[in-house]
Design a protein around this ligand. Structure first.
Ligand code: FES
Ligand code: FES
Length: 151
């Protein structure tokens, strides 16, 4: 099958890839660029583990084709650098157990605040509802986001 050129900025770095048209952004990030912080949970848009930012908006990378990232800015959890206030708040509030959902939770949480949400706990829960946590760390996740939201 024909491969397509993709030029994207990923975590501030210019990347060039040649990918099959059917390759997802999730697989391109993990398998081609070695950015394995972004997790594959359901691979069908139901869990949020694969959440990344494209041009500052959160997307499910398992439902996004790599070619759709052409000319765009992609940010993954690695791009937060490990010291982002949201990452530190998740640690402080013990907002994870196994940690598998955590990169997606954090990318959604950062986006949620950029979207101007998070004014109430109910709003946090609503706008984080696409990110599932099988370990049930939800109260601690809400607490971490509430703290970064300044409440
Ligand atoms: Fe993308 Fe579950 S892996 S939503
Ligand atoms: Fe285990 Fe969320 S911390 S799935």
């Amino acid at each position: 099958m024909d491969e397509i050129n993709v030029n994207a900025t990923v975590n501030g770095r210019a990347e060039h890839l040649r990918v099959d048209a059917a390759v997802t952004l999730l697989d391109a990030l993990r398998d081609r660029l070695g950015l394995t912080g972004t997790k594959k949970g359901c691979d069908q848009g139901a869990c949020g583990a694969c959440t990344v930012h494209v041009d500052g908006r959160r997307v499910l990378s398992c439902l996004t084709l790599a070619v759709q990232a052409d000319g765009r800015e992609v940010r993954t959890v690695e791009g937060l650098g490990g010291t982002h206030p949201m990452q530190e708040a998740f640690v402080r509030h013990d907002a994870f157990q196994c940690g598998y959902c955590t990169p997606g939770q954090i990318m959604s949480a950062v986006a949620l605040l950029n979207e101007g949400r998070g004014g109430t706990d109910a709003e946090i829960r609503e706008f984080m509802s696409g990110n599932l946590c099988r370990c049930g760390a939800y109260p601690n996740i809400v607490a971490a986001i509430r703290e970064v939201a300044g409440r």
